[in-house]
Design a protein around this ligand. Sequence first.
Ligand code: FAD
Length: 433
Amino acid sequence: MDATKQIVIVGGGFAGTTLASTLERRLPRGWRVVLVSEESYTTFNPMLAEVVGASVFPEHVVAPIRQMLGEGGTSRFVMGRVNGVDRRARHVLVDTLAGAQALRYDHLVLAFGTRAHLDLLPGSAEHALPLKLVGDALLIRNRLLQRAARIELEHDLALRRRLGRFVVIGGGFSGVEVAGEMADFLRALRRWYPRVAEGELQVVLLHDGPQLLPELPPSLGEAAAASLRGRGVEVRLATRARAVHAESVALEDGSTLEAATVVCTIGTRPNPLAEKLGLVLERGRVAAARDLSVIGSEDLWALGDCARVPNGSGFAPPTAQFAVAQAKALAHNLLARIDGRPTREFSHRSKGMMATTGHLKGVAQIGRLRLAGLPAWLLWRGYYLLRMPTLGRKLRLWVEWTWAMCFAADITHLRFTGTREVDAAGRTPGASA
Ligand SMILES: Cc1cc2nc3c(=O)[nH]c(=O)nc-3n(C[C@H](O)[C@H](O)[C@H](O)COP(=O)(O)OP(=O)(O)OC[C@H]3O[C@@H](n4cnc5c(N)ncnc54)[C@H](O)[C@@H]3O)c2cc1C
């Protein structure tokens, strides 16, 4: 039997991959780290809006986990979905391409994130598009292209107006970023859709609070709103959506906004795995102690979005920055536990926050420094370029960004149509996004 001891990490997002790559360089002999994740890549979620706006190709916002980890050595990647944990036998139960498998663990780390809340508003599960995965971003981009193509062919003015209005629900980071990218993309694509008049494509951003980006100071929220309005986005503050219908959004004040496309960026729900494990949950997240161990256990640890981690006098927010900081702290604590040394409390002060508001514009707060416009946008791009793993991927992203600044946006409506489907009876070209 293989006597190597194993730290199994569930989830290959920011938290899981940072932890695995930090540990693999520092694990003592006789230990290995095994990372299990549903997909073979990690997604840079903050860059998903750029995929919607065709600023980058989808491949540029993901990184293959096998390339992020060292080859062979002290780490292993298993593609599969974890369905349960047998804590007595210390086994993780995984559905893999080769069927169900049990992975033995000595320490188990939960880093499986959260899911999008699809039915937060009545009708949103059926009619609104979430933005959580690369597939979601591509679907939204295709929907924009499909709407423009259809408007060209329709004569009914009311229908054209409905098809050309794109509503984004939520004025947080992803809502602001996707609204800006959508507005830029729609403006750019009109050149190839000559029968779509200026003003027929419109993005409306709904936010229920008085200020966009409520995590940032009011001046930056106002700058973000001004920047979006400057590129033609209709920003409606203090406006709450009540329900989403096939061709409209019902607002809390009783009015209706006609729109055939709705992108919903609000709400997350717990990963169903969190409930299956039978652990203490707080607000749907696994309750962690200050050293990131799961409360009441010796061999379970939790971090990132799936965990509720105390930080200072409150709790760590579910952001990539905190997931990465927790991964580094947990690597230290796991090594300490293996060596029989005491663990450390997690503590992190936010280094700042930033958001883009479309091409060449953004807002950022780094410590006391507040930036708006081009400097914030450059900072955003520089930061994510640095975070991208491997020199090859950094170069590809940089070339792609530079390319997109010099040449027209890519308006390919790329769908995954197989040869067998091409001639299927009754199939309307472009009908599905
Ligand atoms: C559109 C968008 C924009 C964002 N923008 C920002 C931003 O600008 N700044 C910022 O700091 N944060 C941002 N965030 C939040 C940030 O992405 C998350 O906080 C971060 O990804 C959390 O990392 P994580 O590793 O905990 O979870 P995730 O990144 O969600 O990773 C979880 C991983 O676990 C895998 N998984 C889930 N269930 C299982 C299972 N049962 N078995 C195996 N694998 C499983 C998933 O496939 C996934 O790979 C944004 C999020 C979104 C959706």
